[in-house]
Design a protein around this ligand. Structure first.
Ligand code: 26W
Length: 811
């Protein structure tokens, strides 16, 4: 932990500011003040960072490499200050210069290099690895443009590019001396040399992969790990201006652009796979650079390549980095001259894989033709892996060609990445108990029977440092006043709060904290949009990617129902509610975009109807991102986790809300089940179909949404309202939602769960009437949330999968 006196810090800040900007602090803008602060903090971090790296080289402890196409870090300043232990000193010191730390924090651009859950999980994991003294490195892509910025114009989503680097990024360091060459295209020359076959990749296109490193600071433990993100450049330094005369300059510029396009954009599709060659290029680009740099580093410190798997673990976050398997094989065989068997042993021992979704449309499959042209040597290796594997399958399942075809890596003209990931790694995990069971018994059952020992569960988690200590400082203070601060290093110690949650005085304190957080959110919303939020209403929050399976539509139908009730009876005795939505739709996902428009049209209608707007308000907050989530979650009373059972692999916002003292309304899906098991049925509101019911319908059919529509009056009325002009004068405006529910038989069982959802919401309304009891439930949720810290998850990965040496220096 960094010990720093306020006066020392003030001096250092003043010096830094003057050196950087050549003027007095009070003459500068807030951006300049932020830049000076970031730069100063990085100076402190760099000492820790260098020490950590030195230590790793001395101890030679096992290095974990977390490969992920997405790292959704958000802002770093507050997190770094918290983890260094200098948040208070820094705040007080700046106050002496009349600077508000919070204002500076808000100037930092979110690092939005991810779509949603998978990318944010990777960020939480980095924080936990650093805080638990695990030598954990992130490896990914430094996208020039992050996840698009969402604007709402006339109620519709409009995508704007996220130029997050335009004002620079104080946290990263370009390491040009650690660049690697990644080879695309060309051919493979096979030759025989002393009885052995050698493979030489020729006529390829070389791309320079340049790493940018960001320190990941552990919590008060003098550790700073590394997140390494790769950027694509041409191997040629500059344009050859003499070529201008030959009329080739434009071509050179075009070429430069095409190379740089590899790390230009993050694909904004979440759970939807499109076989685009650029995405395959991105995958091989960062995986190849990452594996090459691991081996280079390993050898530099004298590592024996045959013991590589004892010294490194490579984790692949979903199938996106699966090419790490053939890439490691390639290097071990072609460069290190190991045999196939030895290379295979080392590769499979090193690599482990997490599956994050069972949605069929998310499965990555590459056309063989595209794959082999782009990656000829890698294709040869995949083909050989498949041949050896299929020999085993043929022996075991003779004559069962359908089954073998399903399980093969190469089949139907495609490379099936999930099959390759399972075959080439020693561990396959799901992200919540139910999800792992579905993987084993349904989704990957053939592979599970073949490799039962590979499969295991690691229920997701979230870092309580960012999601509680930093973003809900009011609640953190209340916790420290009551149970002390041991929960910071041992999050399951939050359980000691359960006893306090039963005290009236503490319940009142919890209520006070919640009101403060609601006021803070309301103030921000007002400043941005001019909308006034009713603090006395229930903040009913549904924030996440907009997707049919997450069922924002179910919530919409319920609001439409409530609107009808209130119109008929404006004195209906209910708690006022503000329904808060936020989330982005994939740009090409028409239905999801239509849902955003529906929410905004409902908002327009109800907020402007004086008969109901004292009790019912709807708001869609634009551009959902990590920093907005940090404002919304602490202010939430009710957390909506209403996905179609079996479809949400885990969910992680459910854990964030619980930890921040919200009550959850949920289906028995993903980690909601485990949350229910932790807090008990009386402290969560559960409704809807069970997994067995859903799977039964999916397998045997028999569901008819039109039947429900015809028989259930309430359903009939609200579904009808979608197309009768109540919410938009163009009656066809929400036709896609209507068709989805009625014409296409409601794939996600929205209508089936409608009545149960209304009943559950009535229960919420009843519970909220008794403030003390409500806050008791919230407090019990906080008390039981410690198990959902990503520290627990990471310890399970470390001991159960990676075999890292856990040195609890700080515990
Ligand atoms: C190929 C396109 C694509 C892109 C992203 C396919 C799949 C994805 C991700 C796997 C989607 C994702 O973020 N999944 C979420 O992962 C979280 C972390 O494990 C879980 O909590 C969510 O339930 C799951 O939807």
């Amino acid at each position: 932990m960094l010990t720093l006196e306020k006066e020392t810090f003030k001096k250092a800040y003043e010096n830094k500011y003057k050196n950087l900007h050549g003027q007095e602090i009070n003459e500068g803008s807030n951006s300049q003040k932020y830049e000076a602060l970031g730069s100063l903090i990085k100076d402190y971090v760099i000492r820790i960072w260098m020490n950590t790296n030195k230590n790793y080289n001395i101890t030679g402890e096992k290095q974990v490499y977390y490969f992920s196409m997405e790292f959704l870090l958000g802002r770093l300043l507050g997190d770094v200050l918290l983890n260094l232990g200098i948040m208070d000193v820094c705040r007080d010191a700046l106050a002496d210069f009349n600077i508000d730390l919070r204002e500076l924090e808000e100037l930092e651009q979110d690092q939005g290099l991810g779509n949603g859950g998978l990318g944010r999980l990777a960020a939480c994991f980095l924080d936990s690895m650093a805080s638990l003294n695990i030598a954990g490195n992130g490896c990914g892509i430094r996208y020039k443009y992050g996840f698009f910025e969402q604007k709402i114009i006339d109620g519709k989503q409009v995508e704007v590019s996220d130029n997050w680097l335009k004002e620079g990024n104080v946290w990263e360091r370009k390491k040009i001396n650690k660049a690697e060459i990644v080879k695309f295209g060309g051919e493979v020359k096979v030759q025989e040399l002393n009885g052995n076959l050698t493979f030489t990749h020729v006529n390829y296109e070389p791309i320079l992969a340049v790493p940018y490193d960001t320190p990941i600071v552990g919590y008060e433990n003098d550790v700073a790990n590394t997140l390494r993100l790769w950027s694509a450049e041409t191997v040629y330094n500059d344009f050859d201006y003499s070529s201008f005369n030959r009329g080739e300059l434009l071509k050179a510029i075009e070429y430069k652009n095409s190379v740089e396009s590899i790390s230009q954009i993050l694909y904004p599709e979440d759970s939807f796979y499109e076989g685009k060659i650029l995405r395959l290029k991105q995958q091989y680009f960062f995986v190849s650079a990452g594996i090459q740099s691991i081996i280079r580093h390993f050898k530099k410190y004298g590592g024996n390549i045959k013991l590589l798997d004892e010294k490194i673990a490579v984790h692949i976050n979903d199938t996106h980095p699966t090419l790490a398997i053939p890439e490691l094989m390639r290097i071990l065989m072609d460069d290190e001259e190991l045999s196939w068997e030895e290379a295979w042993r080392i590769t499979t021992n090193s690599i482990s894989y997490t599956n994050h979704t069972i949605l069929a449309e998310a499965l990555e499959k590459w056309p063989i033709e595209m794959f082999t042209k782009l990656l000829p040597r890698i294709y040869m290796i995949v083909k050989e892996i498949n041949r050896v594997y299929c020999e085993k399958l043929n022996a075991k399942y003779e004559g069962q060609s359908d089954k073998i075809n399903r399980m093969a890596i190469l089949a139907d003209g495609q490379v099936k990445m999930a099959n390759l990931a399972v075959v080439g790694s020693h561990s396959v995990n799901g992200v919540a108990k139910l999800h792992t069971e579905i993987l084993k018994k349904e989704e990957m059952k053939d592979l599970y029977y073949l490799y039962p020992n590979k499969f295991n569960n690691k229920t997701n988690g979230i870092t309580h440092r960012r999601w509680l200590l930093k973003s809900n400082q009011e609640l953190a203070s209340l916790l420290m006043e009551t149970i002390g601060d041991s929960f910071i290093k041992h999050p399951t110690d939050l359980i000691y709060f359960e006893k306090y949650a039963k005290e009236k005085g503490v319940q009142e304190e919890l209520n006070r904290v919640k009101i403060k957080n609601k006021q803070r959110l309301a103030k921000r919303v007002f400043n941005k949009t001019g909308i006034v939020m009713n603090i006395d209403s229930i903040f009913d929050v549904h924030v996440k990617r907009i997707h049919a399976y997450k069922r924002q539509t179910l919530n919409c139908l319920r609001i439409m129902h409530l609107y009808n009730q209130l119109k008929a009876n404006p004195s209906l005795d209910i708690n006022p509610r503000t329904f808060i939505f936020a989330g982005k739709a994939a740009p090409g996902y028409y239905l999801a975009k239509n849902v955003i428009e529906l929410i905004n049209c409902i908002a327009d209608t109800v907020n402007n109807d004086p008969r109901v707007n004292q009790k019912l308000n709807v708001i869609f907050l634009e551009n959902y991102k990590v920093s907005l989530a940090e404002d919304i979650i602490p202010a939430t009373d009710l957390s909506e986790q209403i996905s179609t059972t079996t479809k949400e692999a885990s969910g992680t916002s459910n854990m964030k809300f619980m930890m921040n003292g919200a009550v959850t309304i949920a289906t028995l899906d993903g980690a909601n089940i485990e949350i229910k098991d932790e807090v008990g049925e009386e402290n969560i509101v559960i409704f809807g179909m069970t997994a067995i019911e859903v799977l039964n319908y999916l397998q045997n059919g028999g569901y008819s949404s039109i039947g429900i529509y015809n028989e259930n009056k309430r359903v009939n009325r609200v579904v009808g309202d979608l197309i009768n002009g109540t919410y938009h004068k163009d009656k066809d405006r929400f036709k896609s939602i209507y068709d989805n529910l009625i014409t296409y038989n409601d794939e996600f069982f929205v209508l089936k769960d409608f009545d149960a959802y209304l009943a559950a919401q009535d229960k919420v309304d009843m519970l909220y009437r008794d403030m003390h009891n409500w806050q008791k439930i919230c407090g019990i949720n906080v008390a039981h949330s410690g198990i959902f810290s990503s520290d627990r998850t990471i310890q399970q990965y470390a001991t159960g999968i990676w075999g890292s040496e856990l040195i609890y220096k700080n515990l």
